[in-house]
Structures are given as C-alpha cells and as structure tokens.
Design a protein around this ligand. Sequence first.
Ligand code: CU
Length: 213
Amino acid sequence: MVRPRILQQIVIHKYLSKLVLKLAIKIRIQYLRIVIKILVKMNIYSKLIAFVFALAIVSCGDGKKEKKEEKFQYEQEAAAPAKAASEQKSQNDVLITADDMMKFSTKEIRVKSGEKVTITLKHTGKLDVKVMGHNLVILKKGADLIAFATAAVDAADNEYIPEGTDDVLAHTELIGGGETTTIEFEAPEPGTYDFLCSFPGHFAAMQGKFIVE
Ligand code: CU
C-alpha cells in the first residue's frame, strides 16, 4: 500500500514536470536542459524551487518576446494603413496616402475616361510640410518627368510647381503630416500619364502611372 504522502508527492511531481516541460518549450533549449538536470537531481521540495526559478526565466523570456511582438505590431500598424488606404472607393474616386517614409500607397491610379476624377491625397505621417511635404502632380502626356522634377526644386514659393509650366494636367496642394487635400478634374483622353510628388528629392521614390481607360 502506498502512503498518501508519497502518492501526493508523485502527483505533484508529475504535474510540476509537465508544467516545467511545457514552459521550458517556450524558452531556449539550454534552459530546458538545465531545468531537466535540476529536476533529476533534486527531491520534490527542491523541485518547487526549480519550478519557481523556471517560471522566473519564462517570465523574463516572455517579457522580451512581448517587447518584440509590440515592436512588430507597431511596424505592421505603421505599414498597414498605407496599404489599406490605397484601394479605390470607386473607379474615379481615388484615395491615395503618403507617409513620412517618402512613399505613396500606390504606384498606379486607374480611372475611366470622360468622367470626373476625384483624387484625395492624405499625408499619414507626422512631419511638417517643410520637411516632408507631399503633393500629387499628374503630368501631361509627353512631359519629361525628370526635367519637371528638376525644375520643381526651384519653385519652393509655388509649392514646387514651376511657375508657368505647361506640363501639368492636375495637381494637389502641398501638404504636411496629418493633412488631407482633394482635387477634382475631368479625366483626360485615354492613355498613361506620369504622376509624382514634386517636393525636392521625392520623385525618385514617389511616382507612378495615372492610367485613363
Ligand atoms: Cu513628397
């Protein structure tokens, strides 16, 4: 006949071993080995201490993991809105976002010809218009994008739209972090047009195709 005290110890032993193993899976393998070695060598009361010790390690491990996950989540959140916002509400009603990372949410805008086009540009960043200003400029067919962007650098007083230019089909105003602007214009004849942000240095990363179907 087994004495109740021993029976109790066996049950506790099994329970603790399982629990420690489960927890140890979560932590690095060297910790697992140490915990098992300690368990083998120690009696039941020492196991309790080992368990608390293991729990402390796991808590530390989890803490680090949480921090990592938090960071990851933050990165995801930072990246996600731009993607989600790039979708078009309807064919000719377009929402495009731009952020502090010098990026438009899309590189392609598709609209129908012969109808009104509404483009809303939303700056999802935090930086000031003087540091990270964005606009959306659609160039006429045949306009030279690089030549236009180069000329735009000297047009700070005109929101980086060269005065008297004949290259622009439509453009929004220049906005900073947290701001939104909308333009409306008639869709031009079918074809592919270039669009860009004309803020100095942005056009290389911030450009795309405006396609009229
Ligand atoms: Cu820009």
